[in-house]
Ligand binder design. Structure first.
Ligand code: 4AD
Ligand code: MG
Length: 460
């Protein structure tokens, strides 16, 4: 018999069929003359119940199995008398592949997410993290389908870069450990001797390189790891996260918002239709209104509001904020959540921010004081997307770089795209972990990425 996955056995199997399954015991219950094992191989939320009886050659070994053991089971599918499941597997043989003892950290009781973070190598075997990482994988594949259908070229932008795209000074420096050539001054890096003979860091965004590709392939996207040495210990920031960045030539800010809206709705629809078991689990265990909310978003038309109006609304708010609200100041997460949760009651694009609080590459508006920027805010998560129309005019771009202290020479390759065949173009970045938080109701970014990296935390 060929091996069957548990998901397939439960959804397509018929009573009387003989199946071979491989997986891990999630629970083991031994009663009088019978042992019930919930076997899961990660393909689905609910494991399959394996019924083992004393006629098994190694019944004593099976009855004494611990949670977490790895097993190969051959058995016959039968209708289950137990509530909540239609089929179970009556074991003909159980091979113990790997045992697990009482020390196994994932015993049946409910563990806190804080505790599970300390055993991130083991938490993947729990129901919640199984659901999170199945949804994460399915959505990553849907991201590629969405862009492929629209003719976007998928480009791999570099992870080691010599530019700080966002200009926020949050680069992790890249250097070699050369024990034969230690830095001449203790604690200082000698870049002349260093691998690249110049300062390099881990990318904070693939955008600038993505823009180059958009100026040749029209519509492109990147989807890759992104690094920020942001020293903010919040539930929404990670030092290593994944970002999806589309870029379109011959496009303006409104085209950009249209794409972002279509993209997010498509991912909502996909999760509801294709991850239904896992979504029902999140709805029941993590966030009661989840399915209804995501269903609403998949159908809604997103609000669009000028930054100036957002400031007015915040000033009139009948609540007091911790941070000040003034035209020219950046929105804090309390402001973002108020706008999306209280004012709009759904996703909202905030557009046309003051130029001084945004990155150098954004297109200056005719008013001379705002730029064609957009952030998409959603309830519970806040900012999920940040994007803009780019400054495609050479002179204003150089002017802006000088203003913020970027040496134009250092980005001469970027400026060349404005010298030769420049086009209006626009793009955005979607934080993949924020998307997963949004679609699962999980409240901490550490619980939607397999191996979280945050200040003072980089286990594994
Ligand atoms: O708003 P950001 O900084 O925009 C950019 O990087 C642009 N270059 C994108 C572009 O236009 N191509 O980041 C984009 C998104 C944010 O909206 C957020 O969802 C996510 O990336 N993000 C983070 N996610 C997790 N941890 C962090 N430290 C994040 N910083 C940004
Ligand atoms: Mg942003």
């Amino acid at each position: 018999t060929a091996r069957t996955r548990v998901k397939q056995a439960l959804s397509e199997g018929r009573p009387g069929e003989t199946l071979l399954l491989k997986g891990w015991a999630r629970t083991v219950r031994t009663g009088k003359g019978v042992t019930f094992i919930s076997l899961n191989d990660g393909s689905t939320l609910a494991g399959i119940q394996v019924v083992a009886e004393p006629e098994l050659a190694n019944y004593a070994e099976v009855a004494a199995l611990g949670t977490g053991s790895a097993l190969t089971v051959t058995g016959v599918l039968q209708e289950s008398p137990a509530a909540g499941q239609e089929l179970e597997l009556k074991a003909l043989s159980v091979e113990v592949v790997g045992t697990a003892d009482q020390e196994y950290p994932m015993q049946k009781k409910r563990h806190s997410f804080e505790y599970l973070r300390t055993i991130a190598h083991m938490r993947v075997r729990s129901n919640t993290f199984g659901a999170v990482f199945r949804v994460r994988s399915a959505l990553a594949q849907e991201v590629h389908r969405f862009f492929a259908e629209r003719g976007f070229l998928y480009v791999h932008t570099p992870i080691i870069t010599a530019n700080d795209c966002e200009g926020a000074g949050e680069l992790f420096r890249v250097t070699t450990l050369d024990l034969n050539n230690p830095p001449r001054v203790e604690g200082e890096i000698d870049f002349a001797q260093d691998f690249f003979a110049k300062a390099t860091g881990l990318t904070v965004s693939g955008q600038l390189e993505g823009e180059l590709f958009a100026q040749a392939f029209s519509d492109i996207y990147t989807f890759g790891p992104t690094f920020r040495a942001e020293n903010s210990n919040t539930a929404r920031h990670a030092a290593e996260f994944w970002m999806i960045e589309p870029e379109m030539a011959f496009a303006d800010l409104s085209d950009d918002a249209d794409l972002a809206e279509a993209f997010l709705k498509r991912l909502c629809r996909f999760a509801l239709d294709n991850c239904d078991d896992d979504m029902r689990f999140f709805n029941a265990q993590i966030d009661k209104g989840l399915i209804e909310r995501i269903e609403g978003v998949a159908q809604a038309s997103f609000a669009r509001m000028d930054y100036g109006e957002a400031i007015e609304r915040l000033k009139k708010a009948p609540v007091s904020f911790q941070f000040p609200v003034e035209w020219g100041l950046d929105l804090q997460s309390e402001h973002e959540r108020y706008l999306t949760e209280q004012v709009v009651g759904g996703p909202v694009f905030i557009m046309n921010y003051p130029k001084d609080i945004k990155a150098f590459y954004m297109r200056l508006n005719d008013d001379g004081r705002t730029v064609a920027a957009m952030d998409l805010l959603v309830p519970k998560v806040g900012e999920i997307i940040g994007g803009s129309q780019r400054e495609e005019r050479l002179e204003p771009l150089i002017g802006r770089m000088m203003e913020v202290g970027i040496e134009p020479e250092s980005l001469s390759w970027y400026l060349d795209t404005r010298r030769w065949g420049s086009t209006p173009h626009a793009g955005f970045g979607l934080g993949f972990e924020r998307l997963i938080m949004y679609l699962t109701g999980m409240e901490n970014i550490r619980d939607v990425i397999p191996f979280p990296r945050t200040p003072r935390h980089a286990e594994f």
